[in-house]
Design a protein around this ligand. Structure first.
Ligand code: AMP
Length: 451
């Protein structure tokens, strides 16, 4: 592969030990679009091999991070060299620390610069809080001002915080854009922009706000883009706003991570609640998220369950932000055993103690399934996910299995299976037949779900 000339790069001193992270003679062995593939066999280096400052190593030790995750091992050195990087990684892989560590390592102290130096753009308010918290945790040992600028939160407080000086801003596109328009968010000193969960932000329709924020920042900035998938929309954004990005692929080939056991139940509509109660009794989960499709359905199920389970909460888009924050905090503090929720919780949220995911209602598409199930099994821990399939939903189950290239195991309780005749609606059976050849024959017996 030809070696392109060294591009102009930022030489930055970090605030703690004045380490210069790159000299101008550095030449790159990775060209534009060169994909650094995940290597199954490569030895993952330790944090000690990543050339981090002593204070950062202490912060990592304090956080209990012993070894970098694959995305961290690959992204941190590149980011420290000033590269633009596209990291293909799902949540739960340690991607927040992968971009937060190099930013923290290169921050100028607040006394030297009171305007934001890095902007981290994330799709949801909950994720903004989470990324803000993790960044602050990793900043341990060095006074660092991190502002979370998310919608639904008191803007006056945010204005005061910006006025007082911040080094890192984490925010949702809408609120960040709002601050830009008010001129309360200054971008002249921003040297790094992170687009976290870029695919999700574009799905939601945040492209115009993201583009405006990027255009406001210096062209010479560093851009780090994290995304679970790289559809054409994300690639176009990268082509327009990134400079010779290096692409790191840290997504497992199988979308659903290996540590998550995935099962399904067939059940008729009127028996779903009974099935759920028996399942909860059998599993006695440490912490479970039960996903429903609608806000009303979520409220109803929450009311029904909270009679038996006092440590039960609910969350959906109609709840005030304050209430959503409170519920998530309770979940983090281990005060909730069960959370009934819509897909508002399906993305980004990281609570490592979630042991069970129950899809009480079938997710609307395969992406939602992957994101819901990804709330458990974080950072390689064990997790289990159950999906309730009512008659007529066999085709959705098949699509999920095709997408994750994995067969879900069937589970059942005596007396709760729907009558054989209605297990799969005719349409669903057809889909199963048609879909079968696409699947790995070693993985699948099409007859399995028929009686
Ligand atoms: P994320 O993918 O950024 O949402 O991270 C998932 C979880 O893993 C978070 O709770 C992190 O604090 C945690 N984490 C990140 N990196 C490491 C690491 N190297 N070792 C252990 N835990 C980590």
């Amino acid at each position: 592969m030809p070696i392109p000339p060294a591009k102009h790069c930022r030489i930055r001193k970090n605030s703690y030990n004045s380490r210069v992270v790159q000299n101008e003679d550095t030449r790159y062995t990775h060209a534009m679009n060169y994909v650094v593939q995940k290597s199954e066999t490569a030895e993952i280096p330790g944090f000690d091999d990543l050339d981090l400052s002593p204070v950062m190593r202490r912060a990592l030790k304090h956080a209990g991070f012993e070894k970098p995750s694959p995305i961290q091992a690959q992204l941190i050195p590149l980011a420290l060299e000033g590269e633009d990087v596209i990291g293909q990684a799902r949540t739960g892989t340690g991607k927040t620390a992968a971009f937060a560590i190099p930013i923290l390592e290169q921050l100028d102290p607040l006394e030297e610069c009171r305007d934001p130096q890095a902007i981290i753009i994330v799709p949801t308010r909950e994720l903004a809080d989470q990324v803000g918290r993790e960044t602050q945790m990793l900043a341990r040992g060095v006074p660092t001002e991190v502002a979370v600028l998310a919608g639904g939160k008191d803007i006056k407080r945010q204005l005061r915080q910006l006025e007082n000086g911040v080094q890192i801003v984490v925010g949702t596109p809408g609120r960040l854009h709002d601050h830009l328009q008010r001129r309360s968010l200054r971008t002249d000193k921003v040297w790094c922009v992170v687009l976290d969960e870029a695919d999700r932000m574009l799905d939601i329709g945040f492209r115009p706000q993201i583009e405006r924020i990027l255009r406001k920042c210096s062209k010479d900035r560093q851009t780090l883009l994290l995304s679970a998938t790289l559809p054409p929309t994300v690639r176009r954004l990268a082509e327009t706003y990134m400079q010779e990005p290096v692409v790191i692929d840290c997504c497992d080939k199988d979308i659903a991570v290996d540590t998550i056991e995935q099962r399904y139940f067939t059940v008729s509509h009127d028996k779903k609640l009974e099935l759920l109660e028996r399942l909860l009794e059998r599993e006695n989960p440490k912490q479970a998220i039960i996903f429903c499709r609608t806000k009303r359905g979520t409220d109803r199920l929450y009311r029904q369950l909270s009679r038996t389970y006092p440590a039960c909460g609910s969350m959906h888009g109609d709840l005030a932000q304050r209430e959503r924050d409170r519920v998530l905090q309770q979940l983090r503090d281990d005060k909730l055993q069960i959370l009934v929720a819509t897909d508002v919780v399906g993305r980004g949220i990281d609570i490592s103690t979630i042991s069970h995911i129950i899809n009480y209602d079938m997710p609307q598409d395969c992406d939602d399934y992957v994101h819901r199930v990804g709330r458990t099994g974080r950072m390689g821990r064990d997790g289990i996910a159950f999906t309730f399939v009512v008659p007529g939903e066999g085709d959705s189950l098949t699509s999920i299995e095709q997408r994750i290239n994995k067969q879900l195991k069937r589970d059942h309780f005596e007396g709760l299976d729907p009558p054989a005749a209605v297990q799969l609606a005719p349409k669903a059976e057809e889909t199963v037949k048609k879909a079968a050849p696409k699947l790995n024959p070693m993985h699948r017996k099409v007859t399995r779900r028929r009686r």
